[in-house]
Design a protein around this ligand. Structure first.
Ligand code: ATP
Length: 235
């Protein structure tokens, strides 16, 4: 069987002796969207950071395409095709949309190729091309961040709280694109605190509680029950 593109095996990690991940197992395959859910402080962002080589593990293993890359830094992770789009979008607010895109020419793509990539997926960005990124709506900034990430031709895309502060319709549109990105063969791990939009398109879901994965399975009825228990304390 083809190994997952991204795999965390029994990963433990923390901050100055405070344990944030207590034995996390997660895998994401090419073409798959995995939703990583859970309440505040559960360890979702730390999992993303560990997966992207931004935060070190205390123990356990990280594998890309079956290859052990534990201890790899963010630079080598990026070289290996892992793209982390952090919460808060990571665009340059004082640069125009076009300049934000042009910065991605370090990938070897031309300005035109990168603009095509952005404007074909998100036509609204072409209307905003000369505006500074800081004046875009939250959804448009997220579109820009997403296309900047795609310019690196990632094999694995790590998205943190894509829906944060956005209107439901905007979130739906963004997730349609995320589903399309996965269909193109990318392995996508999406962190969300609130689940509904991502669950409509996720292939698989994991729920974290206090640094551990409590549910790992399809995004169906049993997951929704698990989430209801978690957030509402009901059964
Ligand atoms: P949120 O949705 O609030 O971001 P999360 O599920 O992403 O939550 P993490 O941000 O991964 O959770 O946090 C996991 C644990 O690690 C929490 O107890 C948090 O307080 C702690 N933590 C996170 N970042 C740091 C940090 N920079 N320094 C110290 N502790 C941290």
């Amino acid at each position: 069987m083809i190994p997952p593109l991204l795999e965390l095996r029994d990963v433990r990690a923390g901050y100055d002796g405070i344990s944030a991940l207590r034995g996390v197992d997660i895998s994401v395959r090419a073409g798959q969207v995995v939703a990583l859910l859970g309440p505040n402080g559960a360890g979702k962002t730390t999992t993303q950071k560990v997966a992207g080589g931004v935060h070190p593990v205390d123990s356990g293993r990280i594998l890309y395409g079956g290859r052990d890359v534990t201890g790899i830094g963010p630079r080598d992770a990026a070289r290996a095709g892992v793209c982390l789009i952090p919460e808060g979008r990571g665009v340059f607010p004082n640069l125009t949309v076009r300049e934000n895109l042009w910065m991605m020419t370090f990938t070897g793509k031309s300005r035109e190729e990168i603009e095509d990539l952005a404007f074909s997926r998100f036509p609204i960005l072409s209307e905003r091309a000369s505006q500074t990124a800081g004046t875009l709506s939250g959804g448009e900034q997220q579109m820009l961040a997403l296309t900047r990430g795609l310019a690196t031709d990632p094999a694995v895309l790590l998205l943190d709280e894509l829906s944060m502060g956005l209107a439901p319709l905007v979130v739906e549109r963004l997730y349609e694109q995320v589903a399309q990105i996965a269909r193109d063969g990318v392995a996508v791990l999406v962190v969300e605190q609130f689940a509904s939009a991502v669950l409509d398109m996720a292939d698989h879901a994991a729920v974290m509680v206090r640094g551990q994965v409590e549910y790992d399975g399809p995004p169906g009825e049993s997951l929704r029950k698990e989430l209801a228990n978690l957030y509402l304390g009901s059964s």
